[in-house]
Write a protein that binds this ligand. Structure first.
Ligand code: HEC
Length: 141
């Protein structure tokens, strides 16, 4: 009896932990890139390049080009995060929509070479990070 109850409790705990948002979407269904790798290797570095480039005030076309590349890669990341079955829920997809919109706005300001307006747009990007991380940033068990 005891063993059976323990098994039922363990089964419940497994089901609950699968449903827990903090556990979600560490990887897509089929492709090797983990969410952690995408964050650490693509998203965070591109946000740093974008923010520091705008704060420094872009001096020439190369500087603007680097900023545009980072904003476009962050924009593309919003699609990557929705791809390969990685998205678990509406908090996640809303975060991706926020990131997509904020980066499109930044790219418009970059086209107009308006650094202060583009920098203001970066707040929309960091808001998207926070929106998703509130629910989904990996919580150690
Ligand atoms: C749609 C959801 C979502 C959005 C948007 C998002 N993240 Fe994340 N992020 C995650 C998840 C989930 C993890 C935890 C991954 C794991 O550890 O398995 C994570 C982890 C991280 C980590 C830790 C990576 C590591 O070393 O393991 C960093 C850094 C990070 N995110 C930066 C960012 C930044 C910067 C942004 C905004 C530009 C952002 N994230 C936007 C979901 C998101």
């Amino acid at each position: 009896m005891r063993i059976r109850l323990t098994l039922v409790l363990v089964a419940c705990a497994v089901v609950a932990s699968l449903a827990l948002p903090g556990n979600a979407q560490k990887k897509g269904r089929t492709r090797p890139l983990t969410t952690s790798q995408m964050m650490a290797g693509l998203i965070k570095p591109q946000l740093t390049i974008l923010k520091e480039g705008l704060e420094a005030g872009p001096k020439d076309d190369d500087a603007w080009k680097s900023i545009a590349t980072s904003a476009a890669l962050l924009n593309e990341s919003a699609y990557l995060m929705m791809d390969d079955g990685r998205c678990p829920d509406k908090v996640w997809s809303d975060g991706c929509v926020m990131l997509e919109k904020a980066t499109v706005e930044i790219l418009k300001q970059v086209d107009a070479k308006n650094a202060p307006a583009a920098l203001a747009g970066v707040e929309g990007v960091t808001a998207s990070c926070k929106h998703c991380h509130t629910e989904h940033k990996y919580k150690k068990q």
